[in-house]
Design a protein around this ligand. Structure first.
Ligand code: TXA
Ligand code: MG
Length: 355
């Protein structure tokens, strides 16, 4: 493909003539990157096989990894499934539009390519206004994975999309940085009990509160090497390593105090190597004044605000690569609330590497 057109759109009041240009591309079977409240998506007409195929091609995504469909209303969502259980209704009422993807039994008419042959479909009803207007104007559900090259960190700004996909897609709608900064929570409602496949913008605790029951969490969430069951292994994608920068990610474990000691010792023992450090705000000043400087150092956010850390992590990964880091030490947080999403992405990026 040749040129990628770029349009800046007002996120709080999207200009309809700009949205119309996006919809035009979608209707013709092209690819449009657009912001959602989580990360940027790479959208195509989800009912057009040729368009969907292009998504797999430009991302380098394995065909066995299913796509989710993005809708602009619950009515549109219900048409894409063969059953809409009470749990779906409850969660939809409480959290949609918003950063939650529901996996439900699919209806006929959805191309096999979208679901990778699975009997279920993932539905996402985003709250971002640009996303909503684009879906509405296109008149079809949009298949939209994160708008990155497969395996790279998901894009939280238009510049990340351009870095990965410029020249390969038709259009990018730039609506500024995304709010959540991490992909949506994925919950399967297709089995007997709800199963959390990927933690994200809506927390496990919030879902449990809404459903008034405890939710099982897929093994792979904190142990990516231990996916069990077809659904779980699909969600993990075919590659184990995901969301990762080029630099080797190393998780720093232990109590906050232990983490500081481990980072300092590691820096001291690896003088001359290009080490990046992604720190919590509380520890940032300690590393800033340490005798051995990392090649890249940033504060992700406070230990008491995993939301802040989540919103910074993916762009910090990319910044580490730009700084030429070979390895990047990332401080860890408790896997509760939004911390579960942070730890899931870290586990997947680090594979087994930790100190
Ligand atoms: O926040 C988000 O969900 C972003 C924005 C763009 O909406 N999208 C996103 O899409 O993260 P993607 O394709 O990068 O991640 C969707 C995940 C994949 O890991 C895929 O394997 C899983 O959802 N998935 C899709 N359909 C599924 C299904 N029927 N059963 C189990 N997992 C499924
Ligand atoms: Mg993705």
């Amino acid at each position: 493909m040749s040129e990628t057109r770029y349009l800046r759109v007002n996120p709080s009041c999207p200009e309809s003539y700009l949205i119309a240009q996006g919809a035009e591309v979608i209707k013709k079977g092209g690819l449009v990157a657009f912001p959602t409240e989580t990360v940027y998506g790479l959208g195509a007409d989800g009912l057009n096989m040729d368009a969907v195929l292009k998504i797999f091609q430009v991302k380098g995504r394995p065909r066995g990894n299913p796509l989710t469909l993005h809708v602009a209303s619950l009515d549109q969502a219900r048409k894409l499934v063969s059953s809409w259980p009470p749990t779906a209704e409850l969660l939809a009422k409480k959290f949609l539009p918003g950063p939650l993807t529901l996996i439900l039994p699919r209806s006929e008419g959805i191309p096999d390519l979208v679901t990778a042959g699975l009997p279920n479909i993932g539905l996402r009803y985003p709250s971002n206004r640009i996303a909503l207007e684009l879906i509405k104007a296109s008149g079809v559900p949009l298949a939209a994975p994160s708008a990155n090259i497969s395996g790279c960190p998901s894009p939280t700004g238009a510049q990340h999309v351009l870095a990965d996909l410029e020249g390969k897609i038709d259009l990018i709608l730039d609506g500024g940085p995304t709010e959540v900064g991490m992909e949506s929570t994925i919950i399967s409602l297709a089995g007997e009990r709800p199963l959390l496949l990927r933690p994200g913008g809506v927390t496990k605790e919030e879902i449990e509160e809404a459903l008034k029951e405890e939710i099982a969490v897929a093994n792979s969430v904190l142990h990516p090497d231990k996916a069990s069951g077809e659904e779980e292994s699909r969600c993990q994608g075919v590659n184990n390593k995901q969301y990762a920068p080029r630099a080797q990610v190393i998780m720093v474990t232990g109590s906050p105090g232990e983490q500081v000691t481990k980072v300092k010792n590691f820096l001291a023992a690896n003088r001359g190597r290009k080490i990046g450090v992604l720190a919590t705000s509380e520890h940032f000043p300690i590393y800033e004044s340490f005798s051995v400087s990392p090649v890249y150092l940033t504060a992700l956010g406070s230990r008491t605000s995993p939301e802040e850390i989540a919103s910074r992590l993916f762009s910090a990964f990319r910044e580490c690569d730009q700084a030429g880091a070979e390895m990047v030490l990332v401080e860890t947080v408790a896997p509760t609330g939004m911390g579960l999403a942070v730890m899931n992405r870290l586990c997947r990026a680090a594979e087994q590497h930790q100190i």
